[in-house]
Design a protein. Structure first.
Length: 278
C-alpha cells in the first residue's frame, strides 16, 4: 500500500509583514502536492480581521483547504485570541476514525499542540484494513522547550501507540540544531524520511569538526545526505525545520518543491514523501 504524505506550515494563510491573505495560493499548493495525507501547521481556522478582504473564503479555513480532495479532517486548536484561533490540522483521503489534541505548551508565550489521529487506510483488495497513527506537531522556538515537548511526544507514543502499528509523525519541529532528532530516534525507533540511517556507523552529528559545524550543521560535507529536507525559509531553504518520521513504512521518495511560486505561498516549503506500508 502506497501513501503520499506531506507536512506544510502555511503561516496562517497570510503574508509575513503586511498580513495579506494568500490562502488561495495555499490551496493551489495542496492541489499540486496531491498527497493522500497532509499535516498542516499554523492553520488559522478563524480570523475575523481578514473577512473584509476581497475573495477571502467565507468558510472555515480548514474546510476551504479541504474542499475538492479531502473528505476527512482533524483540527487541534492551540492558540485562541479575540479575533480567531489557530492550530494544527490533518487532511486525509482515508477515513479518520478518531482524533485528540494535546496541549504541549511549555510556557505561556508559545501555545503548542500535538494532534493525534488514527486513520483507516484501505489497502488493495484482499488485504486487511490497517490503522495508521498520525501525529502532527509544532514545537517551540526555545531549545529546552523543544526537548521537553519531544519527551512528551515520546511518552505519548510509548503509552498510546502499539509497537507494531504504522506511525507517521510530521510537522514543524523548529529543530535547526537537530537536538530533538536523536531523542525521537532513540526512544521510538522511527526513521526520518529525508535522512539515510547512518547510526550503524555512529550519528552523523556525533563529532562536529568545529563549533560552527555544530551550530550550523549544513556547513559540513555530511549535509549532502539531508539536503532534500531543507524547507525554511522558502525563498532560499537552508534550515531543516520541517520533518517527517515514520515507523512501519518504506520510504520511496522525498522532495521539497522550491522556487518563487512556492516562496509566495508560505515562509516554509512543504516536505513531501512517498511511502509504502510494510
Amino acid at each position: 500500500m502506497k501513501l503520499r504524505v506531506a507536512t506544510y506550515n502555511i503561516h496562517k494563510g497570510v503574508t509575513g509583514i503586511r498580513r495579506r491573505p494568500r490562502i488561495h495560493d495555499v490551496k493551489l499548493a495542496l492541489g499540486s502536492i496531491d498527497a493522500d495525507i497532509v499535516f498542516l501547521q499554523e492553520v488559522q481556522d478563524r480570523n475575523e480581521t481578514l473577512r473584509h478582504h476581497a475573495n477571502y473564503p467565507s468558510a472555515r479555513q480548514l474546510d476551504f483547504l479541504a474542499g475538492g480532495g479531502y473528505e476527512h479532517l482533524a483540527y487541534g486548536m492551540n492558540a485562541v485570541y479575540p479575533h480567531g484561533h489557530h492550530g494544527n490540522a490533518i487532511l486525509s483521503r482515508h477515513a479518520i476514525g478518531r482524533f485528540t489534541n494535546h496541549d504541549i505548551s511549555d510556557h505561556a508565550l508559545e501555545k503548542r499542540g500535538m494532534l493525534h489521529a488514527v486513520s483507516r487506510v484501505l489497502p488493495p483488495r484482499g488485504r486487511k484494513v490497517r490503522e495508521v497513527h498520525l501525529i502532527c506537531v509544532h514545537f517551540g522556538l526555545i531549545k529546552r522547550s523543544r526537548l521537553r515537548q519531544a519527551a512528551s511526544l515520546a511518552d505519548f507514543v510509548e503509552q498510546e501507540v502499539p509497537d507494531d502499528a504504522p506511525l507517521i509523525i510530521a510537522g514543524d519541529f523548529n529543530d535547526w540544531q537537530r537536538r530533538v532528532d536523536e531523542l525521537l530516534r532513540g526512544r521510538l525507533d522511527v526513521k526520518e524520511v529525508s535522512v539515510p540511517d547512518l547510526r550503524a556507523n555512529g550519528s552523523p552529528w556525533a563529532s562536529p569538526r568545529s563549533v560552527l559545524d555544530r551550530v550550523l550543521p549544513w556547513r559540513n560535507g555530511r549535509d549532502a545526505a539531508q539536503s532534500l529536507s531543507r524547507t525554511f525559509p522558502s525563498f532560499a531553504p537552508w534550515l531543516t525545520l520541517d520533518r517527517i518520521y515514520v515507523r512501519g513504512f518504506a520510504v520511496r521518495n522525498v522532495e521539497v518543491p522550491k522556487g518563487l511560486t512556492w516562496a509566495r505561498r508560505s515562509d516554509h516549503a512543504p516536505l513531501i514523501a512517498d511511502l509504502e506500508l510494510k
